[in-house]
Design a protein around this ligand. Structure first.
Ligand code: NAP
Length: 251
């Protein structure tokens, strides 16, 4: 494995599971010190332990990224622990499906709060440190930001917001050398897609099929590798970009 992140510090949210876990371990394999953040205390600890077994310095941290104080304290805890921050990966996210007419305002607000506001809060807290280190941001959007996801209006809206947020940061901070990019995964096998977010009854299967992989679904490592590329010097001239990692489903 190439080691593009020797002496670098990566903070990864959603690190207890799926893509965030795979991303934490990818950074660990490539030499980074990893600050693993999630709501799930036991599982994020397990990720940090696995990163340490690979030989990385790793720290688990429990945080609700949608909580402004907690998000700011989380970034500060990372810098206190490792002395710097080079890469922020916002991977934490939630998904639920509802018929649009049944979409509850509380559910809409929570999805926007975690997926979009959480990404904003973590970026806002991290940017001063990333400017100091010459670092960068990789946010996690979704193919649902690029093509309509039936029964997923709140989720799709939150993920489209992540793309706009990412591009705005990219433009605003290009001159001082801070890059911000996004990945748009689709059909990645994780707890989120294997039953966690159930569909309502009697959905139209045609509308579900159009969002499903045309190739076979892949594991979260496939997204982690793209995140690592964007965050590394290999991505030095990529800024404000979104990369679909969906096996060609939306091509
Ligand atoms: P996952 O396995 O469910 O992992 C997401 C992790 O984020 C979970 O540990 C989750 O904890 C945590 N989390 C949720 N809300 C949080 C909060 N407020 N603060 C901190 N952590 C929080 O899902 P995944 O499939 O790896 O998804 C990772 C990201 O990729 C998400 O942003 C998702 O929207 C995006 N994505 C995934 C796919 C896919 O096909 N899997 C496709 C497109 C986009 P809980 O278990 O407590 O919720």
């Amino acid at each position: 494995m190439i080691r593009r992140f020797e002496d670098k510090v990566a903070l990864v949210t959603g690190a207890a599971s799926g893509i965030g876990r795979a991303t934490s371990l990818r950074f660990a394999e490539e030499g980074a010190k990893v600050f693993c953040v999630d709501l799930q205390a036991e599982e994020v600890e397990r990720t940090a332990k696995s990163a340490a077994e690979i030989g990385a310095e790793a720290q688990a941290h429990v945080c609700d990224v949608a909580d402004p104080q907690a998000a700011a304290a989380c970034v500060q805890a990372c810098v206190d622990r490792f002395g710097r921050l080079d890469v922020l990966c916002n991977v934490a996210g939630i998904l639920r499906f509802d018929y649009f007419q049944d979409l509850d305002l509380d559910d809409w607000n929570r999805i926007l709060a975690v997926n979009l506001t959480g990404t904003f809060l973590m970026c806002r807290a991290a940017i001063p440190h990333l400017l100091d280190s010459g670092g960068n941001i990789v946010n996690t959007s979704s193919t649902s930001a690029l093509a309509g996801l039936a029964y997923g209006a709140a989720y799709g809206a939150s993920k489209a917001g992540v793309l706009a947020l990412t591009r705005s940061i990219a433009v605003e901070y290009a001159a001082p050398g801070l890059r911000a990019n996004a990945v748009c995964p689709g059909s990645i096998l994780t707890p989120m897609t294997s039953g966690g977010a159930g569909l309502p009854e009697k959905v139209d299967p045609k509308l579900i099929r159009r969002a499903m992989a045309i190739d076979k679904p892949r594991g979260p490592e496939t997204v982690a590798g793209v995140i690592a590329m964007l965050a590394s010097e290999d991505g030095a001239h990529i800024n404000g970009e979104e990369i679909r990692v969906d096996g060609g489903t939306l091509a």
